[in-house]
Design a protein around this ligand. Structure first.
Ligand code: GLC
Ligand code: GLC
Length: 810
């Protein structure tokens, strides 16, 4: 069942009922200021850090779900309704929500009045704009009351939802004309406040939630709205809201719009006040002056559309499959941008208070983002490298505001260091900017110890080289990519964190997955060394990589597939000798991508085993058989009920590794089959089963051992976005940035007869036509550039702005 449809022309998903299986959200904002915006206008805003600088309050895990947002109430006689249905839930005569790139538009109508809510964050400003347009489609004059409502968060979201003994006494506001200023804690250590304003004169306002809503009412039935009269409340402590009341008279056919702005404003510390206790309003005045008129809003929306159109022009494909086109050209890249911005901080499943920026998460997010805005990727890489420790290990997370490592979690996740090589290599392959390797980066944020980024890469590589176990495989530490494989944890106390309990290092627990990474990213590291003239070190790295390959093929090979790990007793994990958890997905994908066993049949066998033992209708599960009991020696992975999360759920993040691995083997048919199974746009028709948004990937789909097989959870913030884009754009459609230039190496279904692709790369736009009249799955017979044949399949770099390329497969 569908709950909407794709409007490809507009690059929007159009939701046609407010009662989606779960809230279907969008993200507003591109750089500093962000809003989460659901299909009923739920969600919240923050500036830079979802925990520390949250503008509006949101209650997770609330009942009803998704209650709290930017709400506009229309009172038309005795009928009170919202354009997005929530929170009054008054049945609407019509409803739609269009989620587009950085904006959403909700349109609802009731009793002859249409209300359109356009919401977006303008490029370059720290505010959310809500334009409400009311149209009278009836044949009588309508006199309406319009009430706005947001609930302010007292900035620190965690404190806001726990420290009530203090917080009920700290709230402060100022109100001048149509503008409400939220200034809690400004009197002391904050130099920022929030502003919520409308561009027209108001009848009244409220800032106290108790006054506006009533102590025992809710957002569904605020007393002020029921009565049609604001209380003009000025809040002192308790809970703060921002609400405006406007009166609107519309003759038949008439329409009027209102521009509401919710913004973040900051003052220099010595200019905080304009009079004792009175905040300096200059930054707010400047911001509001930019969005006073509808024409200004139109211009800002145009800027936003242009911003996205330009970004998405970097990679555009035209195939016969419209679903593939919309995924690649719009939604997958959009999700890559969102994951780059948010890491794993704020979604409808991540509270914005927990994890900051994950080290491995952010490194992988870069793989799908670097082609969009390379300058921001460069900055991010340097931020990440600055948190590395001198021995090459890393913090598992860092904080977005301070950019320092998160000491509460610490380090010891032994895959983390190698991901740094992955993202630096991707950055240079995209841009050719080798100068990044000379950037001086700190250790543990101590800049007195800064060394060139190239040295950081070496520390990453050496860390794994040095920390190996009895089978010469890398020690796993607290966990590897699989955060729940905690082989040194041995937690028997409920409530203990699997991530930080037990020694961070055990002497023997090893990871075959990290070994695969070492081979893959060791080779990429060696390429960088060679390209910068350090042949001696490159030769050493190649030898070490060969040693690791041998260790994988020896102790890491189970006979039909790659072993997953060795536990703290040196027993294999993910082997036929295990009772449960005999085969895992991760090493099969990573080792084959790294080229291990490709020439001797092991890679093929491993992929056959995946197909035979792990594949399901909705994707490849993480392991089989699922763990049915808690294994002290394995940790969190066995804590989940069978079929969920890392315990045999379908982790969308590592499904593309298998599709990439199939492409390495030249199997285009199978690679696409794997790719499509977890791809949301192909699942649109089963939205009642899948439940999460059909336009973005979710982290996990319930596996075949779960009663809810096929149900998605945890949408938006997942490394899946970057890996599926890497998979489809590079491994399958075959546009592979290399240090030498763009390599063309498609791997597609045999019955895909061809496609066209525009790719802007290092200043040149390549218009590429792929011809597969031969009906092969892989193989490039010839390439012509502007009509002239070239040797091989790497496009020579050129000063030309536009180049025509024809690739004949065969
Ligand atoms: C989550 C984490 C990621 C981890 C994965 C598997 O997606 O963000 O870091 O690799 O789960 O456990
Ligand atoms: C990842 C895993 C999750 C685990 C968490 C710990 O997100 O997906 O299962 O609990 O990491 O941080």
């Amino acid at each position: 069942m569908k709950f909407g449809y794709f409007d490809d022309e507009a690059k929007e998903y159009v939701i046609t009922t407010p009662k989606t299986p779960l809230p279907w959200i969008n993200y507003l904002g591109s750089q500093d200021f962000f809003g989460l915006f659901s299909n009923t206008a739920g969600g919240y805003d923050f500036y830079k850090d979802a925990k520390l600088l949250r503008l509006t309050r949101y209650r997770y895990n609330n009942c009803p779900l998704d209650n709290g947002g930017r709400y506009y109430y229309i009172k038309d006689g005795d009928t009170i309704w919202n354009p997005g249905w929530q929170p009054t839930q008054t049945p609407l005569d019509s409803y739609s929500c269009r989620h587009g790139l950085g904006y959403s538009v909700i349109t609802g109508s009731k009793n002859g009045v249409e209300a359109k809510l356009e919401a977006f964050v303008p490029v370059g400003d720290s505010c959310e704009i809500n334009r409400i347009t009311l149209t009278n489609d009836s044949d009588v004059t309508k006199t309406l009351d319009l009430f706005s409502m947001v609930e302010f968060c007292l900035w620190n979201a965690e404190d806001d939802s726990t420290n009530f003994q203090r917080n009920f006494s700290t709230g402060e506001v100022e109100v001048i004309g149509s503008t409400i200023y939220h200034k809690t804690e400004y009197r002391e250590r904050r130099n920022h406040y929030a502003v919520y304003s409308v561009n027209k004169p108001i009848e009244g306002f409220d800032t106290s939630r108790d006054a506006f809503v009533g102590v025992y009412n809710g957002f569904a039935n605020p007393e002020a709205v029921l009565e049609g009269k604001s209380r003009n409340s000025v809040a002192h402590g308790w809970a703060l809201v921002g609400s405006h009341h406007l009166k609107v008279t519309l003759t038949p056919g008439a329409c009027e719009d209102f521009v509401f702005v919710l913004g973040y404003c900051e003052n220099p510390v010595d200019q905080k006040f304009e009079a004792p206790g009175i905040i300096n309003k200059k930054p707010a005045d400047e911001l509001l002056a930019k969005y006073k008129t509808s024409a200004q809003v139109d211009a800002a929306l145009d800027d936003l559309h242009n911003y996205w159109n330009k970004l998405l022009s970097t990679y555009r494909v035209d195939t016969e499959d419209e679903r593939l086109n919309r995924l690649v050209n719009v939604w997958n890249q959009y999700q890559c941008m969102v994951t780059f911005n948010m890491s794993r901080s704020a979604s409808y499943y991540e509270s914005g208070m927990g994890r900051g920026m994950g080290f491995r998460d952010s490194c992988q997010d870069l793989l799908g983002f670097v082609h969009l805005i390379p300058e921001r990727a460069r900055e991010r890489i340097i931020d990440i490298a600055n948190t590395q420790f001198e021995d090459g290990s890393t913090y598992h997370q860092y904080q977005p505001l301070t950019k320092k490592g998160n000491a509460a979690i610490g380090g010891g996740f032994n895959d983390d260091p190698l991901w740094l090589i992955a993202c630096v290599s991707a950055y240079i392959r995209e841009t050719g900017d080798f100068s990044i390797l000379d950037e001086k980066c700190a250790f543990d944020s101590d800049f007195s110890k800064a060394v060139p980024l190239m040295e950081h890469l070496d520390r990453s590589f050496c860390y794994t080289t040095k920390n190996r176990g009895p089978h010469k495989l890398p020690l796993i530490g607290r966990a590897d990519w699989n955060d729940c494989l905690n082989l040194n944890c041995f937690s028997a106390e409920p409530g203990e964190s699997f991530q930080i309990t037990g020694p961070s290092e055990g002497p023997v627990a090893e990871s075959v997955f990290i070994a695969g990474m070492y081979v893959k990213y060791g080779k990429e590291y060696s390429d960088l060394l060679r390209a910068t003239g350090n042949t001696a070190r490159a030769d050493e790295v190649d030898m070490l990589v060969a040693d690791m390959t041998a260790a994988i093929e020896d102790a890491g090979w189970d006979g039909e597939w790659f072993v997953r790990a060795y536990d703290a007793n040196s027993n294999p994990v993910g082997s036929h000798v295990c009772e449960e958890g005999q085969i895992y997905i991760e090493p099969q994908g990573m080792c084959v991508m790294a080229g291990v066993g490709v020439d001797n049949g092991k890679a093929q066998k491993a992929l056959d085993s995946v197909k035979e033992r792990l594949d399901t209708k909705y994707g490849i599960v993480l392991l089989q058989p699922a763990y049915t009991k808690y294994h002290l020696e394995l940790g969190e992975i066995s804590s989940y009920p069978p079929g969920y999360k890392e315990n045999a759920g379908i982790f969308c993040h590592n499904n593309p590794w298998i599709a990439c691995a199939e492409a390495v083997m030249g199997h285009g048919d199978r690679a696409f089959e794997v790719f499509k199974k977890t791809c949301p746009v192909y699942l649109e028709e089963i939205s009642e089963i899948h439940r999460t948004e059909p336009y973005v990937y979710c982290q996990m789909v319930a596996g075949c051992d779960a009663p809810s097989h096929g149900e998605g959870k945890n949408s938006w913030l997942t490394g899946t976005a970057a890996w599926t884009f890497t998979c489809i754009s590079q491994y399958l459609l075959g546009i592979q940035p290399t240090l030498q230039g763009l390599q063309l190496n498609p791997c597609i279904p045999h019955d895909m007869k061809g496609y066209k692709l525009d790719r802007t790369y290092r200043g040149t736009t390549y218009h590429i036509t792929f011809d597969n009249a031969a009906g092969v799955e892989k193989g490039v017979k010839s390439v012509t550039v502007d009509g002239a044949p070239i040797e091989g399949n790497i496009l020579p770099l050129t000063d030309k702005k536009e180049v025509e390329v024809v690739v004949t497969m065969g």
